[in-house]
Design a protein around this ligand. Structure first.
Ligand code: HDE
Length: 698
């Protein structure tokens, strides 16, 4: 007779579980599998049946509970920013902002505040890929001693629209098209560009979205911005406008577009994996936290309105003061319970931080609370462990509701009440001194549905951004627009965008028109004539990030007979500088080196293309190279590394593979001599000078 596990041998002997054993059972109570209500389960392999061949019995509550719970495992994904990854960490203040704010998190130098940071794409669903061209969300939940502070920002400092009422339209246009359900996680389609062309206010943001910032190399290498203008408020209730900034210690780094596309296939979880592995290995990502502070008078003197989220304040006008740092040092234990259930709310602000009248922010102050109700299904989502205020108690007289997890004591669930005097618990009370106070701000006016005149200049900052870029970045931006518009099927959609681009920069418009082989239309009518602003080199990426191996990965392609001494030297040098080395071999079992020693592989060639590395080395034998010549994955490994402007180190035996893959000699293609030093220099960055020889840019 078959035993309870479906095996056909006699008695079922309980095995006290050890890792690696095929089937494990438990006898100790603390190790027992139970139902949701704690009843120990004796058999998790077989449902209850009338006889071994069924039918199944309704009585089987163990089966029903398990299946029913599974049936309801999914919750609605976020409307936007559905795909994301997160980590725990801490914030440490390095400079006090005591004169400006009473928020303790910004006044106590050296104090560490626990936080949870989630990075995301915007347009794609939760199951889409990590590397589309897209804005990235950069949301941080600080568990401060005065309540949670959620700074829900992006990796781009401006936004597409000025008024929250346009957000549903923007997102409908950007997401997959309504009738066909594609493209997923892509901006290159008619509806988005139709909207962009018709909404000149989106022009500045679209410049950023077409720049390399929208194809980041890693979450660890992205800047973050609060985007909206906020206020800091001090003890005397005096407000100061503030813009929040995050700057990655590893510098802002991006991929090449072709690389991002290939990464989507090679590793759809590229950013998620990168963050997880970095933290697991102890290479904790770190950001500087900075503020731009300005008084009402300074704000009034700016040539744009700080309440307009399509504008940034150039650092050259108001410098960024670094006042703290964020370190991410712990991966979540459970993706669903933490990352998925995290609910960020721009309304979460401790006393001393306040909103501004930015009409985009004003809409956000409503939307996030509201969306959590349908996503998490209960007004009690604040009681989920990830959302709870952890830095201080939270207590009030709100009661009951779905999934209430607290058990409040006492009779008084209303305020005011006087039951405390009768020996009862009277409940918490308002705190006029330490509590959140809205900044007194004069407001008056006629009720109108109007956009302020001061919001009307849609092109000056788009121009500022484009013209402030390096030549390389300008070419990437223009090429990205060409790529995207080439995916649009309506000629009038392309033409309208071109007409708007004329207002940004006639040269940009010409380049894009040429890339499309389209006629250049005259400039569209601009509500306000674009101004030439002083250029802002701070807006660039190229030339700004540190040349380092820190945080970078080097893939070493090896074959049987390879020189182990070169592999060792590379590993020592790269790891010594804080980089990672991965061995790629034709077979996952690894190779036998020249000296007969075995070298284990981290990845098999077909599954470890060079797109997942920042630089590659080819350490092969003559025979090994001859075999690789017949393997397209090997040729692609080299050709893509070359095309994506990566350093390629090689032992002389690899020359035929370089030749076959079209990797021509240049300063980034380096023969590996005994000390491997010459390879390290180009491996610390990209070979931008190579680009004109590998692709036609607009
Ligand atoms: Fe969001 N946004 N947003 N957004 N947003 C959401 O809230 C919304 C905007 C941002 O990792 C939603 O919890 C409106 C700007 C991030 O969980 C939703 C408007 C910026 C995240 C929502 C904006 C952001 C969201 C969907 C225009 C940069 C992900 C799920 C007024 C400063 C947070 C959710 C996470 C998420 C609404 C504009 C950043 C629907 C109405 C500007 C990083 O409430």
């Amino acid at each position: 007779m078959a035993n309870s596990r479906g095996a056909d041998a006699g008695e079922a002997t309980p095995i006290t579980g050890k890792a690696g054993e095929l089937h494990q059972t438990a006898s100790a109570p603390e190790a027992r599998l139970t139902t949701n209500f704690g009843v120990p389960v004796s058999d998790d392999q077989n449902s209850l049946k009338a006889g071994p061949r069924g039918p199944a019995l309704l009585e089987d509550f163990v089966l029903r509970e398990k299946i029913q719970h599974f049936d309801h495992e999914r919750i609605p994904e976020r409307i936007v920013h559905a795909r994301g990854s997160a980590a725990h960490g801490y914030f440490e203040l390095t400079k006090s902002l005591a004169g400006y704010t009473r928020a303790r998190i910004l006044t106590e130098v050296g104090e560490r505040t626990a936080l949870f940071a989630r990075f995301s794409t915007v347009a794609g669903g939760a199951g889409s890929v990590d590397t589309p061209r897209d804005v990235r969300g950069f949301a941080v939940k600080f568990y401060t001693k005065e309540g949670n502070w959620d700074l829900v920002g992006n990796n781009i400092p401006v936004f597409f629209i000025q008024d929250a009422i346009k957000f549903p339209d923007l997102i409908h246009a950007a997401k997959m098209e309504a009738d066909r359900g594609y493209p997923q996680a892509a901006t290159a389609h008619d509806t988005l560009w139709d909207f962009i062309g018709l909404m000149p206010e989106s022009t500045h943001m679209i410049m950023w979205a077409m720049s390399d910032r929208a194809i980041p190399r890693s979450f660890r290498m992205m800047e973050g911005f609060g985007v909206n203008t906020f206020r800091l408020v001090n003890d005397r209730d005096e407000p100061t406008f503030v813009k929040f900034h995050w700057r990655p210690k590893l510098g802002t780094q991006s991929t090449c577009w072709d690389e991002a596309v290939k990464l989507a296939g090679a590793d759809p979880d590229f950013h998620r994996r990168d963050l997880h592995e970095a933290i697991a290995s102890g290479a904790f990502p770190e950001w500087e936290f900075g503020v731009q502070l300005l008084s009402q008078a300074q704000a009034d003197a700016l040539p744009f309105d700080i309440l307009d989220a399509t504008k940034l304040i150039p650092e050259e006008m108001i410098p960024i003061e670094v006042v703290g740092r964020m370190v991410l040092d712990r991966n979540p234990d459970n993706f669903f319970a933490e990352t998925e259930q995290a609910a960020f709310l721009p309304t979460n602000m401790p006393p001393g931080i306040d909103a501004s009248e930015d009409p985009l922010l004003q809409g956000r102050l409503f939307s996030y609370q509201d969306t959590q109700l349908s996503r998490l299904g209960s007004v009690n989502f604040h009681e989920l462990p990830i959302n709870q205020a952890k830095g201080c108690p939270f207590q009030n007289l709100q009661r009951d509701g779905h999934m209430q997890m607290q058990i409040p004591k006492g009779r008084a669930n209303y305020e005011p009440n006087s039951l405390a005097e009768a020996g009862e618990i009277g409940g918490p009370r308002e705190a006029p001194a330490g509590g959140f106070r809205t900044t007194p701000a004069a407001t008056e006016g006629t009720k109108v549905r109007l956009r302020a005149e001061t919001f009307a200049d849609h092109y000056s900052q788009a121009r500022l951004f484009y013209r402030s870029q390096t030549k390389i970045e300008q070419a990437h931006l223009a090429s990205a627009v060409v790529f995207e518009l080439s995916k649009c099927s309506f000629e009038h959609v392309r033409a309208r965008v071109l007409a708007n681009l004329q207002n940004v920069d006639p040269d940009l418009a010409r380049r894009v028109a040429h890339g499309l082989n389209a006629e250049l239309p005259p400039p569209s009518a601009a509500a306000v004539k674009p101004q030439d602003m002083a250029l802002s080199p701070a807006l660039r990426i190229v030339g700004k990030y540190p040349e380092t191996l820190k945080g970078r990965a080097v893939g070493i392609l090896v074959t049987d007979g390879a020189d182990g001494a070169v592999v060792d030297a590379l590993r020592k040098a790269v790891e010594g500088e804080g980089g990672r080395v991965k061995i790629v071999a034709p077979r996952i079992g690894g190779v036998t080196l020249k000296d007969g020693k075995a070298l284990e592989a981290d990845g098999q060639l077909a599954g470890s293309p060079s797109v997942i590395f920042d630089a590659v080395a080819l350490v092969v034998s003559e025979d090994g190279c001859a075999q690789l010549l017949g393997e397209s994955a090997a040729r692609d490994f080299v050709a893509n590394a070359y095309g994506h402007l990566k350093a390629i180190g090689f032992t002389p035996q690899a020359q035929p593979l370089l030749d076959r893959s079209g990797a021509a000699p240049d300063p980034g293609v380096v023969e590996l001599a005994a000390d491997v030093e010459a390879f390290l220099k180009p491996a610390r960055t990209r070979q931008w000078e190579r680009e004109p020889s590998v692709r036609m840019l607009a």
